[in-house]
Every structure is written in C-alpha cells, then in structure tokens.
Design a protein around this ligand. Structure first.
Ligand SMILES: [Zn+2]
Length: 333
C-alpha cells in the first residue's frame, strides 16, 4: 500500500515537472520570432503537403497539445505560411488538403471563392497582419456556385434565396468569358472552364480593390497563385503563375482600380464609394476591366453583367437606382 502511495506521489511530481517543462518551452518559443520563409518556399510547402495528402501519406503536423498551447499564447503571424480563399462547398477541410495543422494556414471560405469586399478585407489581413508570404485562390471541380450561375446565364436556373444572387454575381463575368472563349462548348460542359475563369476573376477583383495586395506582390513580399482542387481525387492543379502577372498589369492600367491602400478615418469604404460613383454593379471596377493578354484570348463580356443580374435577381429591380438590391452596387452585398 505504501508503495502505491509513494508511486502516486512520484507520478504527481513528474507530472508537475513535465508541466513546468512545457511552460518553459512555450515561453522560450514565444520569445522567438520565426524567420519568414520565402514565398517560393511557402508555395513548396503547400505543394508537398498536397502530394502527401493525395498519396495517403499525410503527416498531420502541428495538431498536438503543444501546438494548441502555442495557438493560445503566440502570434499566428510567426507560424502561418499561406492565406487561402476556398469555396464553401469544396467538401474538404482546407488544412487537410495541404497536410497542414493548427495556425499553419489563414483560411477564408465563401461560396464561389469570390473576392468581394469582405473577402478582400480578410485577405488583406492575412497578408498584411498575419504576414503570410503566399496567397492562393482555390477553386474546385463540381462547384455548386459556378454551376448555379452558369445555369442562370443559360436561362435554365431556378429561384434563389434573396441573398444568394448578390453573393454569386461576382462569378457571372467568369461564366460569360468562358462561354465567349469556347463558343463550341455547350451546356454544362462549359462549367470546368468557368471554374478556372472564376479563379482568375477572384484574383482580378482582389487586385482592383486592394492596393495593399498589389504593392505586396509587386515588391516580391507576397506571391499570389491560382489553383483548382479536384474533389474526387484530392489533387490540386496549380494554374500558370505568369497569368497572375498579366492580370496585375491589366489592373494597374485600369483607371478604376482603388488607389488608397489604407482606410480613411471613420472607416470610409473606398469600395462602396467607387461602386456608387459608377452607378451600380453593371459598371463596377470588376465589371469594367478585361483580362488583357489572358491565355484564353482576353474576350470579356462584362458589359452584359446587368442583364444577367436581372435574370438571377431574387426580386424585381423597380428602378435603376435599386439595382444594389440584387448586386454589387451601393451596398456591395
Ligand atoms: Zn464551390
């Protein structure tokens, strides 16, 4: 009996000693600011993680108790190596796709992986405050949002709840561009092309609305990449990096791009101001710019944006100045 009692005391002592060691380790790590890997190195981490995931060889890094203690005591900016915007219906936890763990990725998730004002603000936070050297626009196969917009453009859509059209209207220019660039492809066969165009559309919308992100990319601090996740295989197809530069150059020559990187006092919203001045969603910056030099031919059909809005609108636009009810007008959403 005494031996059991002694054993219990020793166990408690060891447990207490272990806790002290963990605390000391946390304090030691907290006081060290991790060196920021290069954008190329961070992109390589993402690619290697996806390869492990696809091969069934995930390491599940950074998921233990120690990592949770770090998450509660340290700055994510010392750990996260990527910001990723992904679609809500892409089926898989984003971290699992990249075999990443707690604090590794700053994730934004929204239907259609659209980059409208709330998402752009989140991306700016991920890049400027969480200090991630890579940003990924991650589309995916079998995307319900792109499919719904494609059906609406084809005139075969169905009624949508009132808040969905203003959410997915960012996707419509991508669908129309895919159709214009591939006139021989009919029906749902155009959807995979629209999904890729929608990745580029998100990137363009981001650049148009965010001087801070443009500056970060142009200085070499941050790399922006596009990718598409195959929901049936887990494989990520990385899109051509040179096209990002083409879109950025196109945006930099667009007079309607946002120019002030920082918010004004009182949280003035430049995005809303620009949209309001341009008379509603049919002539928003995103609707006015073309993918000049794009590999798909650069044909743009953004001029028809308002027409499609009416076809997918959840409620009639009774007056021209009420178009914001269904689109990216005065209130953006
Ligand atoms: Zn989707």
């Amino acid at each position: 009996m005494k031996k059991l009692k002694d054993f219990g005391i020793v166990t408690k002592l060891l447990a207490g000693f272990g806790a002290v060691l963990v605390l000391l380790a946390v304090v030691a790590v907290s006081s060290v600011t991790a060196a920021q890997p290069s954008p190329d190195k961070c992109l390589e981490l993402l690619k290697e993680g996806n390869t492990r995931f696809v091969d069934g060889k995930s390491n599940h890094p950074n998921t233990n108790q120690f990592r949770l203690i770090q998450a509660g005591t340290e700055n994510q900016g010392n750990h996260a190596y990527a910001t990723v915007i992904a679609c809500s219906d892409s089926r898989v936890p984003v971290e699992r796709l990249f075999d990443a763990g707690v604090m590794d990725i700053f994730v934004i998730r929204v239907a259609g992986n659209v980059c409208d004002v709330d998402e752009v603000g989140s991306i700016e936070y991920g890049i400027a405050h969480v200090n991630t050297p890579v940003f990924v626009v991650l589309g995916h196969t079998q995307c319900g949002a792109v499919t719904a917009v494609t059906h609406a453009v084809h005139g075969t859509g169905h009624a949508l709840e009132r808040n969905i059209p203003p959410l997915v209207d960012n996707i419509e220019p991508a669908v129309r561009r895919a159709m214009a660039d591939h006139p021989g492809i009919q029906g749902d066969a155009i959807i995979p092309y629209a999904i890729e165009e929608n990745v580029w559309q998100g990137m363009e919308d981001l650049f148009l609305q965010s001087p801070a992100v443009r500056n970060a990319v142009e200085s070499g601090k941050v790399k922006v990449v596009g990718a598409i996740y195959d929901v049936g295989t887990g494989t990520i197809k990385w899109l051509p990096e040179h096209k990002v530069g083409q879109i950025l150059s196109s945006v930099e020559s667009n007079p309607q791009r946002a120019m002030n990187a920082m918010a004004e006092a009182g949280h003035a919203n430049e995005h809303a101001a620009v949209s309001s001045q341009s008379g509603g969603h049919s002539t928003t910056p995103a609707a006015a710019v073309s993918h000049g030099g794009s590999s798909s031919g650069g044909s743009s059909s953004r001029g028809n944006h308002a027409e499609v809005q009416q076809s997918v609108c959840c409620q009639p636009c009774r007056r021209p100045d009420e178009h914001h009810l269904c689109g990216r007008g005065v209130s953006s959403r």
